[in-house]
Design a protein around this ligand. Sequence first.
Ligand code: ADP
Ligand code: ZN
Length: 747
Amino acid sequence: MSAKPEACVRVAVAAPVPSLYSYLVPESLVARVDTGSLIEVPFGRGRKRALVVEGPVPPGDAEKGFRLKAVASLVEEEPVLDAALLKVLRWSADYYLVPPGEMIFAALPPMFRHTGRSAAAKRRQLARVLWPALRWPEAETLLRRAPAQARLWTRLKSGVPIEVAALEQELPGARNALKGLVDKGLVAIEWVETLRAPELADLPKQKAIKHLTEEQAGALDHLTRALDDKGYGVFVLHGVTGSGKTEVYLRAIAHALSQDRGAILLVPEISLTPQLVFRVKARFGDGVAVLHSGLGAGERLDEWRRLRQGKARVVVGARSAVFAPVHRLGMIVVDEEHDGSYKQSERLTYNGRDLALVRAREEGAVVLLGSATPAIETYANARSGRYTLLELPERVHARPMPDMEVVDLRQVLDPIEREQVLSPALAGALAETLDRGEQAILFLNRRGYSSFALCKDCGETVRCRNCSVALTHHQRGDLLCCHYCGLSMKVPKICPSCGRGRIQLFGLGTEKCEEEVRRRFPGARVLRLDSDSVSGKGSLQDMMGRFTRGEADVLVGTQMVTKGHDVPGVTLVGVILADLSIQLPDFRANERSFQLLTQVAGRAGRGDRPGRVIVQSFLPDHESIVLARAHDFETFFLREMERRAGLGYPPARRLLLVRASHEERERCVKLAKELAALLRRFGEGRVQVLGPAPSPLDRLRNRYRWQMLVKSPSVELLQRVAWRTRQAISLPAGAKILFDVDPVDML
Ligand code: ADP
Ligand code: ZN
């Protein structure tokens, strides 16, 4: 028996395992398996899907001496990932310390992950007459003894193909009769693939834009030149709300298409931006694929296939669309690039915006990061010249920027004690708006976690003296706690800022706000939009649709209401309590507040009537409010850079968040302490380890959560320390650890 030449492949298995595995390729598959192929392999006691990342190659030294198992089957005939994208995914797995198989399968349609599932596109059978010119007398001789066939032939003879399933419904027994027609050579049956295209709600048509403003044209010129150079480049489009950024995106994408290259448009959350999707579809028609988690698995697969087959050249999607299989990628646009939802913070951590740059560098594409309020890190790179800054400082049609009025809650009738949500100023404005038959948005940034302690005299919250973030109140032990360094203290009787004694625990929700609006304005039609009131596919879009069509007068909601919507009937925007975002236990609280206020104000006055924005706060002089009101991003940026440098936060330092969780509190704390000790040991004094401390959400889905924050000037050092810690720790049963490089949400 002669020894057969053997080949083996390195694969990433769809499982949370840190390493790659080698498998033998059976002779029958050698010619068909390639790098990027989707296969099935025996794994543990069962089978798993896997992706070939290297090979097939002759077994190397690493494989010698092992009895390798063989690849079980090839799932898709064509490779599902090309080399460039595979490289980006492997880089990303290393960078974010996530299992390579998990990273790779996150980039593929979910259907590819599960064994036994047929991933074939849905196919339909169509029946079509072969001889439409055949006249009845001739057919009659052929079909005289087959009345069912004759009926069917009459039905089909116009020449329009009809789906077999539909014929069967119309004329029971049609399938059998069809067979007879096929045998006689009169009719053919063919299979066609139907790619399900997700439906979009009907939205009003936009007027075509004939001429770009001078600023838009200038920005576009930079982008088309960069595209013509066919190389990698990063641009930041800093344009105030309503300055016409979207038109610049669309024209830049059109230029890429004219070069026979494709484009990706990333949006923070697709269900919040139906208008943008609509505009893209209106511009590029069937060439657009839409990818997001709200689609069914089949729809997602079909959209993916349309891209992979080159039938669609433009994709619009949420963060994971950065991995879409676009052919000859020329352009990646990241809309609202500052938005925290580009970062996936649970389980599999990665940042879609940051990976856009990695992918573009790999494929020689141009990146455009657009925002009215760029992230501090992004703007810092633009200022230092690493990215090119493009600016749209004015609204189109010289529409004025919205005016922002600030109501000092310390001055009005003690709203907390009175349990009152609307100040007289806001209530008055709301009454006027409703009287005129116009619409209002009331915004309340409330996340589900515990309250904070606020002084009703000076408006300050109690902050950590080390980390300068707001302390959060925890029921357990009635303590105020810092989520970065773990400092905890009793709720002070006297305010540490002003020395007077009016500290009060503060919490307020959207339900309460809705209640008060209904009570005070019984005639108003009120809609509430938050993660409790919208659940399930479509419901958010339904609600926004109703509001946009004018079927409600007041929309009360969380940050969901601040993004992207363009509702011309809205003339009043009220921010119920700006302090809620200023006091978030996060070093980005100032930045988030500035962004939120700017965005929310941008919702007002988009139509022809001017808008009014009223912001309620205990801290009317806070710089996030003052500078958002002045539309002064530049000053805000400079102050924030200084503050962050002083406290050692990004971009001055890089961060790693390490979180332990367990159902039992003691085990969670013990694990966190062990992790902290290891991080300190491997950090060798070159990184700073804060904590352990309870996470702001210290209990989630029945698990206790404790965390450490590690700071360092270099991200490589953080990754090394994290890697060694992960190797060294022994994970007790039921425990989980998350390493989050460049964390965004500190929950
Ligand atoms: P942004 O994305 O910067 O908030 P949009 O792209 O939504 O702004 O533009 C705001 C409005 O101005 C839209 O209704 C858009 O159709 C319109 N618009 C944009 N550019 C022009 C232009 N050059 N001429 C006329 N209208 C424009
Ligand atoms: Zn602290």
